[in-house]
Design a protein around this ligand. Structure first.
Ligand code: GLN
Length: 550
């Protein structure tokens, strides 16, 4: 039987519930427990797949093709496990199931209501993963902030589960904010008291309070929070700002969050956590021996969360290379032939990001041309690969009007075309080519050197593909398809031979990068950027020495 930990949030959003949940899970995993995390989101979209990145940040994709909240990315990166369709549930999905059942006549003439029908479906899904996955502990993060109208049914479901299960089988962690008032020079506990009161009014009493704070909590303050929120003093946990999210598990270890949880769950014997690998990673992350500047070309660069998995993959790959990856955001809409040299000349590598729609694509193509012609390490992901093919068709094969039919459905040279099976689909939600697919890698290619394997699986999220009609011409001119899907023949990876590192992938390697297993493509891309930076330094030093001699 699994035990359940629920994580709620109070006072404000963006407190980092996902990171706290993932950190707690990491500690429990490091103590030998089999743990997973799931997220319940109160919005009505069936999944975040149709949401704009401005609304919801990156859309994360699991191995089995679920389009999910970006917190699932943190869970996978911290725990080094795969999540699935089961790990992210929205209000929309709950209602969809209940309404479908009502249409089937499953409720036998009863009035279908929020309580019990919606809450029963929430409870069923909250407990399902624990029953099916053989986990010791299931952590469930409730999205949104306590007090929101839309999260009420979720909190009610937690209340009922607490009432139904033995007391030692579940607990609630409430994450809250302790703001510092500069004028008063004081940390304030009142918002926390109010949010705990709100939660209690909804019938759920937290067992542990995790306090996000800019300043350290004094003993008196912890006592005050414990007294007014009715929890034990050792159950008031300080979560101060960290220099990196990967430090949070160690901060929570110091605060004994995992031990307090295990005691409440009546697990009294447990081994010390094994965090050797984690600490090694942190050590490398904090003490880099070199630095590279990588340009991230995209149209959502002003938005921290839009390229979350890519940024985290740079952190993993950077640590592995003992190198600080300085990401330089370059807005694709502001790039053109006139300014490209100026904007990209200091870079050691260029990553062209995934995306949808026409906006910013000409800037991406301009940047890719610069990288190809100047031997700057280039890495294109999904749309980034597609635009590399368009650039090659235009500037090497001479097809000036080449494009992807996504951007120009009348192009006479559709080097990127809609996938055959996509042509009859009209619905937008959950209908792209999603999840993990095989990719067969050709030997004696850059891709093969990077993966060291001839068959890999990577995750996808796209509707368009390389048009194989152009493959012979591409290969004759030096751009080869080094990876293909063995069943459909879809081009999954392209590369240019006569270039230090020019690689484009139709899949999303960033979705499988974890602290323990950084994505090989990112590791090698950073290596190539390091080599370029090193070469640049040598040339500059040589020029200086020559100038001094003359
Ligand atoms: N818009 C492109 C497609 O649908 C690329 C998608 C992506 O970059 N994820 O094929």
């Amino acid at each position: 039987m699994a035990k359940y930990i629920f994580v709620t949030g109070g006072v404000t959003s963006s407190l980092g519930k996902g990171i706290i949940a993932a950190s707690l899970a990491k500690l429990l995993q490091a103590r030998g427990f089999k743990v997973t995390i799931q997220k319940f989101d109160p919005y009505i979209n069936v999944d975040p797949g149709t949401l704009n990145p401005y609304e919801h940040g990156e859309c994360y994709v699991t191995e089995d093709g679920a389009e999910t909240d970006l917190d699932l990315g943190h869970y996978e990166r911290f725990l080094n496990i795969h999540t699935s369709q089961l790990n992210n549930v929205t209000t929309g999905r709950i209602y969809q199931t209940v309404i479908n059942k009502e249409r089937e006549g499953a409720y036998l003439g009863k009035t279908v209501q929020v309580i019990p029908h919606i809450t029963d479906e929430i409870k069923r899904r909250m407990l399902l993963i624990g029953k099916e996955g053989g986990y010791d502990i299931v952590i469930t993060e409730i999205g949104g902030t306590v007090g929101d109208i839309e999260s009420l049914p979720f909190v009610e479901a937690v209340r009922q589960i607490q009432w139904e299960l033995p007391e030692e089988d579940c607990l609630v962690v409430h994450l809250t904010l302790i703001p510092y008032l500069k004028a008063a020079k004081e940390l304030k506990t009142k918002p926390t008291q109010h949010s705990v009161k709100l939660l209690s009014q909804e019938g759920v009493h937290p067992d542990i309070i995790v306090c996000r704070t800019e300043r350290s909590l004094s003993k008196e303050l912890r006592r005050k929070i414990a007294l007014f929120c009715n929890v034990r003093e050792d159950a008031v946990i300080e979560a101060s700002d960290a220099s990196t999210i990967y430090e949070v598990p160690l901060m929570m270890l110091k605060e004994k969050l995992d031990v307090i949880c295990l005691k409440k769950l009546n697990v009294t014997i447990f081994p010390d956590p094994d965090l050797k690998e984690w600490k090694l990673f942190l050590d490398k992350l904090k003490h880099p021996k070199s630095v590279v500047n990588i340009g991230l070309i995209g149209k959502y660069i002003e938005l921290q969360d839009a390229y979350k998995s890519i940024l985290e993959s740079f952190i993993h790959a950077g640590a592995m290379n003992e190198c600080k990856v300085n990401v330089v955001n370059v807005h694709s809409e502001h790039l053109d032939d006139q300014n490209v040299e100026e904007k990209l000349k200091e870079l050691d590598g260029l990553l062209v990001a995934p995306g949808f729609g026409n906006r910013g694509t000409e800037g991406k193509i301009t940047a890719i041309r610069y990288a190809r012609e100047n031997h700057l390490p280039f890495f294109g992901i999904c749309l980034g690969m597609q635009m590399a093919c368009v650039e090659f068709a235009r500037n090497v094969l001479g097809h000036q009007q080449a494009h992807s039919v996504e951007m120009d459905d009348k192009t006479p040279e559709p080097v990127i075309d809609m996938m055959e099976e996509q042509k009859k689909i009209t619905n937008k939600g959950g209908t792209m080519r999603l999840g993990a697919y095989d990719c067969a890698i050709q030997e004696q290619t850059l891709a093969h050197g990077i993966y060291g394997q001839t068959l890999i699986q990577e995750r996808h999220r796209h509707r368009y593909e390389f048009n194989n009609r152009y493959l012979t011409a591409f290969e004759e001119h030096g751009m080869i398809a080094s990876g293909k899907n063995p069943d459909s023949g879809l081009v999954e990876m392209i590369e240019i031979k006569d270039h230090p590192f020019f690689i484009g992938v139709q899949f999303h390697p960033e979705l499988k990068s974890t602290v323990e297993r950084p994505a090989p493509l990112f590791v090698h891309f950073i290596q190539a950027a390091k080599a370029r930076a090193h070469q640049k330094q040598k040339t500059e030093a040589g020029a200086l020495a020559a100038a001094a001699r003359s």
